[in-house]
Design a protein around this ligand. Structure first.
Ligand code: ATP
Length: 248
């Protein structure tokens, strides 16, 4: 069986504000139908890597100065974020980013803005999101700003789903959440992967949980990939155990 590659990041360098070199040659691939984890501590460069792919760096005065990024074989690094969404790649930002003054359902509907396939299909997808996130259905008329942290994280993922993505770049879904909710969210990610075929590249500091749900992992340190492999192997690796699994 040959795995189809969706995303290929090849030796990229990223510089902020023309001077600060943050990624120093990062390479990774995301296969179709997989959950790929991007691990590493605070400031290792996980968010920068995701933003390089989704083309969200420009608003932060960041620039890919070397290397290539391709999706389904096409060079994509000069596209706009919304063109990436049209190609099926969407980022769920760290910190959730719901529109606080809109209801949960209105937030979800904003995720469909790039679509041209009419209201019927969008209504169907809203129902699909609710089958994966029953809590969002219960809270659909609530103002998002008044929902819990876990519900806001779910809302952010649900909103991304409304663009019918092929690949979701998910940044620190566990951040600030109680262990039980982290488990709940990762289980939903796994279900979306298995049942809807959505591929994930997920950045996480919580190595423990990420390696339980992912198929493959990359570990970043100071802007370089220092280790990679199947998640099951990384979980058993003595260095990973000592430096990463003890932490979370
Ligand atoms: P975290 O989990 O804290 O988000 P991370 O692994 O995602 O960590 P990044 O956010 O990618 O790391 O940050 C990597 C480095 O780039 C850090 O040293 C950070 O200070 C720096 N950095 C991030 N954004 C900017 C920016 N807009 N301008 C300058 N430096 C930045």
């Amino acid at each position: 069986r040959t795995e189809e590659t969706l995303l290929e990041v090849n030796n990229i360098e990223v510089i902020y504000n023309h001077v600060i070199l943050v990624l120093k040659g990062v390479s990774l691939t995301v296969p179709k139908g997989g959950i790929t984890a991007l691990l590493g501590g605070n400031g290792a460069g996980k968010t920068t890597t995701l933003k390089s792919i989704s083309n969200l760096l420009h608003s932060e005065r960041g620039e890919v100065t070397k290397g290539t990024i391709s999706y389904r074989g096409d060079r994509v690094q000069d596209l706009s974020p919304s063109d990436m969404v049209k190609r099926g790649v969407i980022q769920v930002m760290e910190g959730r980013h719901c529109f606080e003054h809109l209801t949960v359902e209105e937030n979800l509907l904003t995720g469909a803005y790039t679509r041209r396939d009419g209201r019927g299909a969008i209504a169907d997808d809203l129902e699909l999101v609710y089958t994966y996130f029953p809590r969002l259905k219960e809270r659909r008329k609530s103002q998002a700003g008044y929902t819990s942290g876990g519900e806001q994280q779910m809302c952010a993922i649900g909103r991304a789903l409304m663009s019918r993505p092929e690949t979701i770049l998910l940044d620190e879904p566990s951040m600030g959440l109680a262990p039980q909710l982290v488990e709940e969210i990762f289980t939903i990610v796994k279900n979306l992967n298995e049942r809807e075929g959505v591929s994930f590249l997920l950045a996480e500091q919580n190595t423990n949980v990420a390696l339980r749900f992912a198929h493959h992992g990359y570990i970043l340190e100071s802007g370089r990939v220092v280790m990679e492999g199947p998640a099951a192997e990384l979980r058993e690796n003595p260095d990973v155990k000592e430096f990463y699994l003890g932490m979370s």
